[in-house]
Design a binder for this molecule. Structure first.
Ligand SMILES: N[C@@H](CCC(=O)N[C@@H](CS)C(=O)NCC(=O)O)C(=O)O
Length: 215
């Protein structure tokens, strides 16, 4: 088996794919693509992934990108059982809903705040972007009401995906004290395999954002 993940630790989506792989427990070779050095634009990488983004997975010649698609693929192919990505139609549908929620809502709101600060010279977070993210966190708070994990009683790849997104903005110093279910779940996420590795990348992300923020 030769499984390789092209990865950049500062990237939330990239950490999401790796955190899923760590929970699945599949051995995976990690190759760093330094986005700050524009390594994703190297000819060899564009040949592999014309969309030149991380994470990108290579599995014996099969190439896949999009962090959540990678998590689903790895769970389906390598997980010991179906807990992380249930086969039951309805339970899987809820996991998928949470994954789409992350990809189309939570991650998007976090990116809308951080991208302009990291790359466009913005030094403040606009109030409407703060409100947008807090509204979205309100939905996550509801998903976690009466549930230990975001899609029910057991940990799934929805947790690894959403946690990797959320950990980026937590590292910027986001206040989640109004969301007690999220606070409790964030503490529980410390039990995820690969948690420390994720925290390191999130911390570097948070520092890069905070450096550009007006104090
Ligand atoms: N929706 C994608 C987002 C991937 C993405 O935008 N990756 C960024 C880093 S966060 C990237 O590789 N950017 C470099 C580029 O597009 O050239 C996923 O979840 O994998």
């Amino acid at each position: 088996m030769s499984l390789k993940l092209y990865h950049f630790p500062i990237s939330g989506p990239s950490r999401g794919a790796l955190l899923a792989a760590r929970s699945i427990g599949v051995p995976i070779k990690v190759e760093i693509v330094d986005l700050f050095k524009k390594e994703q634009l190297k000819e060899s990488f564009i040949k592999l992934n014309p969309q030149h983004c991380v994470p990108t997975l290579e599995d014996d010649g099969f190439v896949l990108w999009e962090s959540r698609a990678i998590a689903c693929y790895l769970a389906d192919k390598f997980a010991r059982d179906d807990q992380l990505y249930p086969k039951d139609l309805e339970r899987r549908a809820v996991v998928n809903q949470r994954l789409y929620f992350d990809s189309s809502s939570l991650y998007v709101k976090i990116r809308a705040i951080c991208f302009p600060i990291l790359f466009l010279g913005e030094t403040e977070i606009k109030q409407n972007l703060k409100d947008d993210l807090n509204t979205t966190l309100g939905f996550l708070e509801q998903f976690l009401s009466g549930n230990k994990w975001v899609a029910g009683d057991s940990v799934t790849i929805a947790d690894t995906s959403i946690y990797s997104s959320l950990s980026s903005i937590l590292a910027v110093g986001w206040d989640i004290s109004k969301f007690p279910n999220i606070e409790r779940w964030v503490k529980d996420c410390a039990s995820l395999p690969g948690y420390e590795e994720n925290e390191e990348g999130a911390k570097a992300f948070g520092e890069a954002v905070k450096k550009n923020l007006k104090q």
